[in-house]
Design a protein around this ligand. Structure first.
Ligand code: SF4
Length: 462
């Protein structure tokens, strides 16, 4: 029997037959997510609270009574995509006047008036710090048809999600440990959209993870804009490294991952913790953004190329199996060909296992918005292509070197391309596809790598 994606969705998350009768029983919702893992986690939470209230989910946009567009604002291109999506939804609403459309997340936080002006079909807008109030907002909208005054006040305290909320993945539990950012990188809108850094109490985080372990989750993904600056608000002596050690002691949790780390706060102590505590995965996402110290300074990144490379050297020396991924922006204002070549050189030296790469786009409110956008569009495009071409070659070479080796994976999803295949990840975050049935989901397996592409590996069970 092919293992369909729907099977997993039904088996692990969306099954709603345990709900008793409710006035909302027949109402279905659909959520679109734009953005990072934090946005995905917010969508996961929104889906869970609606299910708790007796709504049910649908995989068909046209069958939904409520459509939520959970947004991101990091790049201009995403903003265009959001409005394209909303334009399509507005057409649906013309056919079905009862349809409720809500916009949530980072872009909603910053651009409520813009959304309202351009998309009057949208019923409500809910910012990043108001998603806990989603059911209340929808109830009010349905009973009073009041929408536009639904933006709640900002939560001052960073809370976790309520106990026992249902998660989307059957294997990995995402857990927010901190939110917001104080770094104000010159290109980045996040501190304006998510607010200043707030850490959750360690006790709360540990409670949530213990609960996830008791429910059978084997892996946790700790989330935060800058996890390295985590600081327990109730006990300032608990740092991020300390928190990792405490999580490591939780029975049932076998793997611990985290994103994102700012290089300036990435300490040698953290490298030692990754080296010494086996449940902490051999993977780090350490965004470099540019290989030129001059551009890093203009970006307000607060580290130099040499400092970044020193941290990479620590990692490679202490944890030889480490997988390293990064973010890179090309075409930042004043980036010359020489600056760009320094980025290419850095990539060759580090040999990243994965990158997220983007053309610079100016974002309102940021410092760089004031800078002249000096790099022409076609040069940004050419640099991005060159950079991605180089990365593809690096990844292919690195992946091919694994052919013939046996690796351990945790099976976590169904292949997008082959319904008879599953995917698992190595500790270093490499994706391995292999043939297998649904009974293997959530299991640790040993597989022999038989084939390698630039983005994934293909294996056989041993
Ligand atoms: S560290 Fe910089 S890039 Fe990351 S969220 Fe904060 S301001 Fe944005």
């Amino acid at each position: 029997m092919p293992v369909s994606r729907q099977y997993w969705v039904n088996a692990f998350y969306w099954a709603s037959d345990e709900h008793s009768l409710s006035p909302f029983m027949l109402m279905k919702f659909y959520i679109y997510t734009f953005g990072c893992q934090m946005s995905e986690h917010d969508s996961e939470y929104m889906g869970a609270v609606l299910l708790e209230k007796g709504y049910s989910s649908t995989e068909e946009e046209s069958a939904a009574d409520i459509i939520l567009v959970n947004t991101c604002c990091v790049r201009e291109k995403v903003e265009h995509k959001i409005f394209t999506k909303l334009g399509r939804l507005a057409k649906l609403k013309r056919k079905n006047r009862e349809l409720i459309i809500g916009v949530t997340g980072c872009y909603a936080q910053l651009a409520k008036e813009e959304i309202k002006r351009r998309m009057p079909q949208v019923d409500f807008v809910l910012g990043t710090q108001g998603i806990r109030r989603l059911p209340e907002v929808i109830d009010r909208l349905r009973s009073l048809r009041q929408g536009w005054d639904a933006m709640p006040k900002t939560d001052k305290q960073l809370e976790g999600f309520p106990c026992g909320f249902r998660r989307r993945s059957p294997v990995q539990a995402m857990v927010t440990i901190m939110e917001g950012c104080n770094n104000f990188c010159a290109y980045c809108i996040i501190p304006f959209a998510r607010g200043r850094e707030r850490s959750r109490a360690a006790e709360e985080i540990l409670r949530e993870i213990k609960e996830a372990a008791a429910e059978g989750y084997k892996e946790v993904l700790l989330l935060g804009q800058n996890v390295n600056s985590y600081c327990d608000p109730s006990n300032n002596s608990i740092s991020f490294a300390d928190l990792l050690i405490k999580i490591h002691q939780i029975k049932g949790i076998e793997r611990i991952r985290f994103v994102t780390s700012h290089p300036k706060d990435f300490s040698y102590r953290l490298v030692e913790v990754i080296r010494d505590y086996p449940k902490i995965c051999n993977h780090i996402h350490l965004p470099v953004q540019s290989g030129s110290t001059r551009i890093l300074k203009l970006m307000n990144r607060k580290y130099s190329r040499a400092e970044y490379m020193e941290k990479i050297a620590w990692l490679k020396r202490e944890v030889p199996e480490i997988g390293i991924s990064t973010d890179i922006i090309v075409g930042f204002p004043e980036e010359t060909e020489d600056d760009f070549q320094q980025t290419m050189k850095l990539m060759e030296e580090v040999e990243f296992d994965g990158i997220y790469s983007f053309k610079y786009s100016p974002r309102p409110l940021t410092r760089a918005y004031q800078y002249p956008d000096t790099v022409p569009k076609e040069i940004k495009g050419r640099r991005l292509m060159e950079l991605q071409g180089l990365q593809k070659r690096i990844q292919l070479t690195k992946n091919q070197s694994l052919v013939g080796r046996v690796v351990e994976i945790l099976v976590d999803s169904v292949s997008k391309k082959d319904p008879y295949a599953l995917c698992g990840r190595t500790s270093s975050n490499r994706i391995v596809n292999f043939k297998g049935g649904p009974e293997l989901m959530g299991k640790f397996l040993r597989v022999k790598i038989v084939r390698a592409g630039p983005n994934s590996l293909f294996g056989e069970r041993v």
